[in-house]
Design a protein around this ligand. Structure first.
Ligand code: PXL
Length: 275
């Protein structure tokens, strides 16, 4: 395995098992040196907690990037998740342009929505800005809700392959190069991932678990990035990330009152074993 140094840009939710507190341990477990740029610091995530604090770190980001440029620091991959403001989306594009090494892969998880709705701090202006960032990425990892907001297509919970094709077409029209579309379920009891790469469609189908957990999008995206950087194909990385995410959900179901996130830590060994 060749040693790789990557950057992830997303918020720190101090409590809640999402974003950086998920990405950093998962990517480290994948054997990848992971540098971080926190986009904001929140006391908790915003889904289910009320009264959370929110410190926007947009102002700090250009100076951090300038310092890295002076030190000639470059990354083999840059992976973005939940961002704190529209201005940040522009800064992230500068970071792509200035800190990517010559083989850099950029991965954007447009973490902004789920189950048909935007997360509480976002609006349509944010969605517009996110379209521009997705167009700059090598891989975009939306769920169906995010794909609908990005393409303007109607959100559906029951659909067939032609609906998914229209989402993929809409994302391609935006300029998205490769898409990992999560939570695509064609039959009851099953769900899966569409890997749309270089215009080719592949589907990894797996069991649909009866319970779901907050933060599994971040677990999925982090495991996908870790596996991809470790040299797996996008399809294999998508499958590994799906299997690991299911392990996390199954483990969490054994706990009492663990409502705010998925307990991904006790099953990290399984992810390592899949790499
Ligand atoms: O898991 C996505 C996420 C990340 N960060 C914050 C969030 C959420 C989802 O609600 O609130 C702060």
């Amino acid at each position: 395995m060749s040693y790789q140094k990557i950057l992830t840009i997303q918020d720190i939710s101090c409590v809640g098992q999402c974003s950086l507190t998920v990405a950093l341990p998962i990517l480290s477990a994948c054997g990848v040196e992971t540098c971080v740029l926190p986009s904001a610091v929140l006391s908790t995530h915003t889904a289910g907690f009320t009264g959370f604090t929110f410190r926007d770190l947009t102002e700090d980001m250009p100076a951090i990037m300038d310092h890295w440029c002076k030190e000639n620091i470059r990354f083999r991959a840059i992976y973005t998740g939940y961002l704190g403001s529209i201005r940040q989306i522009g800064i992230v594009q500068d970071i792509f342009a200035q800190t990517a090494d010559e083989h850099c892969t950029t991965i954007v998880d447009p973490a902004m929505a789920d189950n048909g709705s935007l997360y509480s701090i976002f609006d349509m202006a944010y969605v517009e800005a996110m379209k521009g960032l997705c167009a700059k990425a090598d891989y975009v990892i939306p769920n169906i809700t995010e794909a609908c907001f990005l393409t303007g297509l109607e959100y559906k919970t029951e659909y067939d392959r032609s609906y998914i094709d229209s989402l993929l077409c809409g994302l391609s029209d935006l300029g998205c190069k490769n898409v990992i579309l999560t939570g695509v379920s064609y039959v009851p009891g099953k769900t899966g991932i569409v890997v749309y790469e270089k215009g080719e469609y592949a589907y990894y189908e797996h069991e649909k678990l009866p319970n779901s957990c907050h933060g599994t999008g971040d677990i999925y995206a982090s495991a996908f990035v870790g596996a991809l950087v470790r040299g797996k194909t996008a399809y294999d990385a998508a499958a590994i990330a799906a299997n690991y995410t299911m392990d996390c959900i199954r483990y969490t179901a054994t706990l009492d009152n663990h409502w705010y996130g998925a307990a991904f830590e006790p099953v990290l060994g399984k992810l390592i074993g899949m790499l």
